[in-house]
Design a protein around this ligand. Sequence first.
Ligand code: PEP
Length: 249
Amino acid sequence: MVAGNWKMNKTCAQAAALAEELVKGYRGEGAEVAVCPPFTALKCVKEALEGSSIRLGAQNVYHEDDGAFTGEVSVPMLKDLGVELVIVGHSERRQIFGEGDALVNKKVTKVLKSGLTPILCVGETLEERETGKTEEVVRRQTIEGLKGLSEREIGRTVIAYEPIWAIGTGRSATADDANGIIGYIREILEKIAGKETADTIRILYGGSVKPANAASLLGQPHIDGALVGGASLKADEFLGIISTIPERR
Ligand code: PEP
């Protein structure tokens, strides 16, 4: 899977124009592709994606259906717009908006129980990495994020390993390193959800993925795709990343 996180970028018209370029350029090769525009552009992008296999995702959600939650958007509202995937626990949500593992778990649970696919993001800060805490952090975020879910539900989740020091910095993890941590996440998953789930669950890498480094990252045995920020805002770069995906294993 290759998913584009457009973050807080693009008006409706700009987002629709980008989606149209992707529809023209994407031939359905190799990967399952999704784009995650801001809430305000979901409707426009859905219309632009009409007839294409590119799926629509959102960047966040709240875990209640409705009520006094000023500024929040619910799963029924997203479903109404044709959203199929939701990014949950992105590091920008965790760091800037103070989302913790308990809230992330409520959101992942809500998304799964509603039949949508969560993309659960995990990853360490530079300080955590430099003090040898990478495994401890991804273990905690994975276990806490998936708490209370059945093996089947965990199997329907997509996980994105995104080292925070590699997001938007131009500094990607090496393919070996990313593959190693994602392999470690599979070991954790095997303990909480069994070997079959651990082997088949999709785990993406995210952090400065570009056409130039995509082939080596996505060619790794444990890496099932990419969550792409900056490079997903330009059609040629995003399509360039998609085109490096090896045929389905
Ligand atoms: C992201 O924000 O999920 C991300 C991976 O960003 P970038 O590709 O810009 O590092």
